[in-house]
Design a protein. Structure first.
Ligand SMILES: [Fe+2]
Length: 412
C-alpha cells in the first residue's frame, strides 16, 4: 500500500484530502508546514508528497528545492497544490523541482488520477537534464528550467486541469440553464395568476361602477320625480297654469341643447324650470285664479313669488344653483325685470334660457285673465326684445327649436 504525505496548513483542507486518499486505499500522513513535512519525508520515505504552496515556516517551493537537493530523498515525487490560475506559481514550482501540480479547488477524480500517475514512477526531476525555456506570463518574460518529462507532465496536467475546469463550468452552466428554466416557468405561473387576479379585480370594479351608475340614475329619477311632485302641488292651486312648469322645462332644455349646453347643465336647468314658480304657494289662490286684469297691489303680490321660490329652495343642496336660477326667472337684460332689476352680466345663463322659455310658454297658453296669445305672438315678442330684454343667442336658439317643431305649445 502506497504511503502519501500531505503537507497542508489548513486543518480542514488537510482532513478533506486525507479522507479522499484514505478512501482510495492509500496510507496517509499529514504535516502542517514545509519544515515539518521535510523532516517527516526524510524519516518515513513516503511514496508521494502532496504539498500546499502557501504555508507558514516553510512554503511548498522551498520544500521542493530542499527535497531535490537532498541525496537521500531527491527522487521523491512531489505534487504541488496551487491556487487556480496562478501560472507564475506553476512555473516556480517547476523550476524548484515539482513533478506535477493540481489546482485548488481540485476535482477529486482528477487529483486521484494525478496521484496514480505520479506514484507509478520515481521522480526523475533531479536527474533530468534541464532545458532553459522562456515563457511570457502577463506580458513578462519568465524563465523555466525544467526537464523534458517535467514540461510534458506540466502540459498534460494543464490540459487535464482545463478539461476538469471546463466540466465544472459546463455543469454550472447546465445548472444555471435549469435554474433559468425553473425561474421562467415560475414567473409564467405567477404572471398568469397575477393577470387572473387583475382581470377579477377589473371585473369587480366594473360591476361596482355599473352598480354606482345605476344607483346614481335612480337617485336622479327620484330627484326629478320629487321635484315634479312638488311642482304639481303648486299647480293644483292654479289650474290655469297646470303643466306650465313642465312645458317650460321641456322648452328650456331644448333651447339649452340647441345652444350646446352639457347634459349636466341641462339637468340643472330642467330641475330649476320644473320648480321655478314654486313660490306661488305663498300667494292666495283667488289672486292666482282671478279672471281679468290684476290691480297693482295684486301684481306686486304676484311678483313676490320669484323671491319666495328662492327662499324655499335656497337651503337645499343641489349640485346646480337652482335657487338662484329661479330667483332670476323674471329679470330682463336691460334691468326692467323683477324682483331685483338685475342686468345682463348678473343674470345666469340658465336664467336667461328660463326667462325666454317662460315668456314663450306663458304667451302661448291661456291665462285666467286672457285667452292664449299663441306661439307666433310669443315669437314676435322675443324677436322684438332680442338683445334688449332677452339674450340674443337664447332667442335665436328658441326660434330654431320652435321652427323645427322640437317643441310646441299645449293645445287648449
Ligand atoms: Fe313665474
Amino acid at each position: 500500500m502506497a504511503t502519501i504525505l500531505i503537507i497542508e496548513d489548513s486543518i480542514i483542507q488537510a482532513e478533506m484530502l486525507r479522507r479522499l486518499l484514505v478512501g482510495a486505499g492509500y496510507e496517509v500522513l499529514t504535516a502542517h508546514d514545509g519544515s515539518q513535512g521535510f523532516v517527516m519525508a526524510r524519516a518515513i520515505r513516503p511514496d508521494l508528497v502532496i504539498s500546499d504552496v502557501t504555508m507558514p515556516v516553510m512554503d511548498g517551493f522551498e520544500f521542493c528545492r530542499r527535497v531535490r537537493q537532498d541525496d537521500e530523498i531527491s527522487d521523491l515525487p512531489v505534487i504541488l497544490l496551487t491556487a487556480m490560475g496562478s501560472a507564475r506559481d506553476v512555473v516556480r514550482g517547476l523550476n524548484l523541482g515539482a513533478d506535477n501540480y493540481v489546482t485548488k479547488p481540485y476535482d477529486a477524480s482528477l487529483l486521484l488520477e494525478r496521484v496514480r500517475e505520479t506514484l507509478g514512477r520515481p521522480s526523475t526531476v533531479a536527474k533530468q537534464e534541464k532545458c532553459v525555456l522562456q515563457a511570457r506570463i502577463d506580458g513578462e518574460i519568465v524563465e523555466v528550467q525544467a526537464g523534458p518529462q517535467q514540461v510534458l507532465d506540466l502540459m498534460l496536467s494543464t490540459y487535464a486541469n482545463a478539461l476538469a475546469q471546463n466540466k465544472v463550468l459546463q455543469s454550472t452552466q447546465d445548472d444555471l440553464a435549469e435554474l433559468n428554466k425553473a425561474l421562467e416557468s415560475e414567473v409564467e405561473r405567477k404572471s398568469a395568476a397575477l393577470l387572473e387576479q387583475q382581470r377579477r379585480l377589473s371585473e369587480e370594479r366594473e360591476s361596482q361602477l355599473r352598480k354606482e351608475a345605476e344607483h346614481l340614475r335612480q337617485l336622479h329619477e327620484t330627484l326629478l320625480e320629487s321635484v315634479t311632485a312638488i311642482a304639481a302641488t303648486v299647480e293644483m292651486r292654479d289650474p290655469y297654469t297646470s303643466g306650465h312648469q313642465r312645458r317650460v322645462a321641456d322648452l328650456a332644455v331644448e333651447i339649452g341643447r340647441q345652444m350646446g349646453c352639457t347634459e349636466d347643465v341641462l339637468e340643472g336647468l330642467r330641475i330649476a324650470a320644473v320648480m321655478h314658480d314654486l313660490g306661488k304657494v305663498r300667494i292666495p289662490s283667488e289672486i292666482l285664479s282671478k279672471p281679468g286684469r290684476l290691480d297693482k297691489e295684486e301684481f306686486d303680490l304676484i311678483k313676490t313669488h320669484a323671491r319666495a321660490s328662492y327662499d324655499i329652495l335656497k337651503n337645499i343642496h343641489f349640485p346646480w344653483p337652482i335657487a338662484d336660477i329661479v330667483y332670476q326667472h323674471h329679470e330682463r337684460l336691460d334691468g326692467s325685470g323683477y324682483p331685483r332689476g338685475l342686468k345682463a352680466p348678473e343674470i345666469l345663463l340658465e336664467s336667461m334660457i328660463l326667462i325666454v322659455a317662460d315668456v314663450v310658454e306663458s304667451m302661448s297658453t291661456p291665462r285666467p285673465y286672457r285667452r292664449a296669445l299663441g306661439l307666433e305672438a310669443a315669437i314676435r315678442e322675443i324677436e322684438a326684445g332680442k338683445g334688449v330684454k332677452y339674450d340674443p343667442s337664447t332667442v335665436d336658439a328658441c326660434l330654431a327649436v320652435c321652427r323645427s317643431g322640437l317643441w310646441a305649445p299645449a293645445e287648449f
